[in-house]
Design a protein around this ligand. Sequence first.
Ligand code: FAD
Length: 630
Amino acid sequence: MVEIERHDYDVVVIGAGGAGLRAAIETRSRGLRTAVVCKSLFGKAHTVMAEGGIAASMGNVNSRDNWQVHFRDTMRGGKFLNNWRMAELHAKEAPDRVWELETYGALFDRTADGRISQRNFGGHEYPRLAHVGDRTGLELIRTLQQKVVSLQQEDHAASGDYEARIKVFQECTVTELLRDGDRIAGAFAYWRETGRFVLFRAPAVILATGGIGKSFKVTSNSWEYTGDGHALALRAGASLINMEFVQFHPTGMVWPPSVKGILVTESVRGDGGVLRNSAGDRFMFDYIPEVFKDNYADNEAEADRWYTDPDNNRRPPELLPRDEVARAINNEVKEGRGSEHGGVFLDVATRLSTEEITRRLPSMHHQFKELADVDITAESMEVGPTCHYVMGGVEVEPDTAASRVPGLFAAGEVAGGMHGSNRLGGNSLSDLLVFGRRAGIGAADYVGGLAARPEIGESDVDHAARGAQEPFDADTGSAGENPYGLHAELQQVMNDLVGIIRRGEEMRQALERLHELKARSARLAVEGNRQFNPGWHLALDLRNMLLVSECVARAALLRTESRGGHTRDDHPSMESQWRRRLLACSVIGDRVEVVEEEQPPMREDLLSLFKLEELRKYYTEEELTEVPAS
Ligand code: FAD
């Protein structure tokens, strides 16, 4: 029998990005012994990479902003498919979460009169993103880590042990969740460096593992985003919703090939940057969809006036929600008006002074100089769509972040519902703070209400250990599969067949290819032993990527309309009857099953925040008869 390190906690938080840390601060503050487990180094998460800012209607730059406007923008961005209760909680609580960060020590950029500065972003009616230059995520993570350390110092003062109530297990990857009957009982993991196995016994687990971008070839995401939390939840009996909605950010780097996909922050456009095609035309004016026509300028003069007089002019179309801009760029390139390397041009050089560019966009300036030898104060950037974010995730109860499985909670990018079919920029950092805290409260209440702690059966522990060991044991002879090769094939399939523009026939092909890759993954063979072995790590991640990719492809094939991050060439219009239909994935035996669920109707007071003419663009005639007269 293999040796297994064992720990007992009240709560295990998987993931140390913004959602995980905010959740852990809450559980520890409510007296629960909390383990924070992360597969990367502590601090290295996607949150640290966030650039543009945190969306919160503090109204510091435009006093007309308030939670109702933020709620409306979020629902419009998600094309009304959002879980409206989550969107409501998010819009109401985001300002408090940002102010709270200040009490933890965050230093945001300021307005001239000393308040937290807020910048414009796509889909947000008013300047709303609290920021620190274009390095907001770094400050967010720094601050949350600082808070964790201060709590540990309190614990040391009280008990002599810094780690008495909150301990970080970094470079430790969770491979399985363990249950006692239906309910959560713990998590099984391995240390990346030594390969030794670890068992966490705990009645509650909070998933905060982020997204799935590494299943796609061109992505802004880094190596951790292999959909682990999504897959762990599925295998533990939870369901995923909205998996067909994957966000392709309009502006990733396209050249040189080694950096293709790396993000070019939306702040470039928020601060005045414009998109041009190879003929020099500002093409976004040709792509304003009917539903947004009232809010976006249809000529350059008005669009440019908006930056200095937003109350009397409509917004520039470069600031349409991301799905619209990404599709427009895709089309320009397809129709032969793209740049040399298959993108379009993002021009900030002719719009802002050198001093402003280096002050407002220091990371972008540095990134292009270092990686592409382009000086963005003098030249345009070449940009194109890149897989960036998954709107789909664990189906949770909005107020508590509880999944279907007792004791299992999810927050941040791994949770689904909040963003509907498309997330607005800046709404992820606020989401993870709001729902990270709520997951912490949900888990604390759950643990507090338990009569007895769950038990983990030794046979389940053995099973998890054998599963993790499998890639070494495969008796494959010469037929062994290389994890790197298989991963590259998966990424190509997802990029080409379930990417930004989708077709039924291609998605059916994708499902066949995924089926074949899954069969081959049973023969994944890894050499050496468990001591720092990246091939083995990837072999384990691949199981998760294949499972989650199947959910994306199956749900995308079933949704016969185009909405937000899901665009079908063979079903190009948005269909009102699909608005209330959610696709929920679960795993039955070895099979992914997708069932339709109905979104509950929006509460009347929230519905009354919209004009009937606007609802007409999204609702069926039958639904409209139920809308209260305004
Ligand atoms: P993360 O911050 O990614 O944390 C995930 C954690 O889970 C990590 O600690 C990881 O190690 C751990 N983990 C994963 N799997 C396992 C496992 N099996 N076992 C143990 N640990 C595991 N959003 C905004 O709102 N504003 C922005 O300006 C913005 N800019 C962005 C810029 C870039 C380049 C990128 C990539 C994203 C940006 N986003 C932005 C999106 C946002 O950063 C992410 O959606 C958000 O940070 C996700 O936070 P999270 O806490 O859910 O996950």
